[in-house]
Design a protein around this ligand. Structure first.
Ligand code: SF4
Length: 208
């Protein structure tokens, strides 16, 4: 069965997959995930310590000067939007949630800059809740492997993945698909000649 072949290969490549964002608390993870949109974990990991050094608490971040925050956030791109998002998130967390990130997808999605993907990453990473966040890597790999169709949107892909893989595997599978897309099945020049999924892949001929 195709899903079993994929699962086995991902387990072989990434037996203990880990999130590459560095964080210590719930809100650090949430903010890091928000900053990672259209950026890289590596860049986020260089920016987060600067933010936390200047604004060590959520209260400090709530009171941050927006233009100072924009300057710090600039390396991850979209600094106007992202600085406003994280200041706003800090404000809501302090004022409404006693400085604790809610463990609730609907409440998370109400926060600035937090969509379903970000909420799923947070819940699966911080609480190990069953969720599959479909980011650009998960989307690309799923389509190449025929787990989703070419025109499927991210919600459709998420639903298809949830149907095809057992619930206890979702959080791990998300991380494995991200790492597989990041380091093997890359957007440009994927490493098809070394890939054991080549026989079930829809894109192999284009890339070898
Ligand atoms: Fe990705 Fe190539 Fe493997 Fe297909 S054969 S899954 S495109 S690395």
């Amino acid at each position: 069965m195709k899903t079993k072949v994929i699962e086995d290969y991902l387990d072989y490549l990434f037996p203990n997959p880990e999130c590459e964002l560095i964080y210590h608390t719930d809100y650090e993870l949430l903010i890091a995930v928000v900053l990672s949109a259209q950026s890289t974990d590596k860049r986020v990991n260089t920016v987060m310590p600067i933010i936390l050094d200047k604004y060590p608490t959520l209260n400090d971040l709530k009171e941050a000067d927006l233009s100072d925050l924009e300057t710090i956030v600039r390396p991850v791109g979209s600094q106007h939007k992202k600085a406003a998002y994280i200041k706003n998130i800090a404000t809501i967390l302090v004022d409404k949630y006693n400085s604790i990130v809610p463990r609730d997808r609907d409440k998370l999605i109400e926060l600035s800059g937090v969509g379903r993907k970000t909420a799923n990453v947070f819940l699966s990473e911080y609480y190990n809740e069953p969720a599959i966040a479909v980011d650009t890597h998960v989307e690309r790999v799923s389509k190449r492997l025929g787990l989703a169709n070419k025109n499927d949107d991210v919600l459709k892909i998420e639903n298809k993945l949830m149907k095809k893989f057992s619930k206890d595997k979702w959080a791990k599978l998300h991380l494995q698909l991200v790492l597989f897309g990041r380091y093997h099945c890359k957007a440009i020049k994927p490493e098809c000649s070394n890939c054991r999924l080549i026989d079930i892949c829809k894109e192999k001929k284009k890339n070898i």
